[in-house]
Ligand binder design. Structure first.
Ligand code: PNS
Length: 161
């Protein structure tokens, strides 16, 4: 059984994440979407990890082979725990590359048992990020083209932030 792990902050899940999930699940027998407790952006989070997990679950409801989990600590420990063979990450633009390169290399340096699989973002989502979505929402912008409907509703409730 080949298990892939797609880790991230998912604060919140965007249509870009969903696109990666739908494409990555075809490469594995099971795809675990892992919401990281220890991401570097915790101080600027809009949703709690539990809220992010719930949103992911609602968005991915009915998608076969996809499981949503929260993981604490190092990604490599989660890889080991869930017997995943590859880390899945989406790549949008050159600006993503440096961070992703460093992370993949550091993970490989610490543990050489796993591959990182990068999926190039689909053209229509190549500029979509959770950070931009949150900024747009804060200033009253329309984010409906970029997030699933349940996320849009959740964002409206957080509009005051
Ligand atoms: O969606 P993001 O914020 O770009 O995802 C980053 C994430 C969660 C994949 C990364 O911060 C991570 O793997 N965090 C877990 C802790 C860890 O293993 N850090 C070392 C990475 S070299």
């Amino acid at each position: 059984m080949k298990i892939g792990l797609f880790p991230g902050s998912f604060d919140p899940i965007t249509n870009g994440h969903l696109d990666v999930i739908l494409r990555a699940k075809e490469l594995f027998d099971k795809l675990i979407v892992g919401v990281a407790v220890n991401d570097s952006k915790t101080s600027t989070s809009m949703f709690t990890v539990e809220e992010r997990q719930k949103l992911l679950e609602e968005v991915c409801k009915g998608i076969p082979k996809v499981e949503i989990l929260i993981f604490d600590g190092l990604l490599l420990e989660a890889m080991k725990k869930y017997k995943a063979v590859a880390v899945v990450r989406g790549l949008r633009a050159i600006s993503d590359f440096e961070y992703e390169f460093q992370m993949a290399m550091m993970n490989r340096e610490i543990c050489n048992d796993y591959e990182t699989v990068f999926l190039m973002a689909s053209h229509s989502y190549s500029f979509v990020s959770s950070r931009m979505i949150k900024e747009l929402v804060r200033f009253g912008g329309d984010v409906s083209p970029f997030v699933p409907p349940v996320v849009l509703e959740a964002l409206k409730k957080h509009k005051h932030i």
